[in-house]
Design a protein around this ligand. Structure first.
Ligand code: ATP
Ligand code: MG
Length: 153
């Protein structure tokens, strides 16, 4: 059955607001009031939660994180934008590979696996992932997923 996306995002974002002990401010905005997806919720959880967790982890205390969601008949897409440490251009493509972590992570802990799982999940659904980032300014990940699932033969 189709998953209504606005309540889905609102619930996860509320969970992350409670999880963030460092007063990050998370905002959510969507212009489409009744976006749905047919994508498996567990798979979508991997995508959304890994990206939100990164946005919090790689942002300073009090950083603003903005989540926006939109859809049309063919696709849904969402942005997760932070004001964190950023990713230099030479790492922006590589970090979808397992165990790759950028040089500017400093003492922030991680295994380097989250984004490789995100990429795999997005690929499995025939979607796309885009990263735009500037060191010391912030990062925006955009995920686009098709609305119509292509039946497998
Ligand atoms: P984990 O496996 O616990 O998620 P991780 O966060 O290090 O560990 P990924 O989520 O795969 O691993 O991210 C890979 C690398 O990409 C990070 O180590 C970091 O260098 C960079 N990165 C990911 N998201 C962000 C972000 N929002 N801001 C800045 N750097 C990021
Ligand atoms: Mg991570």
């Amino acid at each position: 059955s189709p998953l209504p996306l606005i309540p889905y995002f609102e619930k996860i974002i509320d969970e992350f607001r409670e999880l963030s002990s460092e007063n990050h401010s998370l905002s959510f905005h969507s212009d489409c009031s009744n976006c749905v997806t047919h994508i498996n919720q567990k798979l979508l959880d991997h995508i959304v939660k890994n990206l939100l967790y990164n946005a919090i982890k790689y942002s300073p205390q009090g950083g603003r994180i903005a989540i926006t969601l939109d859809c049309n008949r063919e696709e849904i897409w969402f942005n997760i934008q932070d004001q964190g440490i950023g990713i230099s251009p030479d790492y922006q493509e590589k970090l979808f590979q397992p165990f790759v972590r950028a040089a500017n992570v400093g003492t922030i802990q991680g295994t380097g696996l989250g984004l490789s799982i995100v990429k795999r999940a997005v690929d499995l659904q025939g979607g796309r992932i885009k990263v735009e980032s500037k060191v010391n300014c912030g990062t925006c990940f955009t995920i686009t997923l098709p609305q119509i699932l292509v039946p497998s033969c």
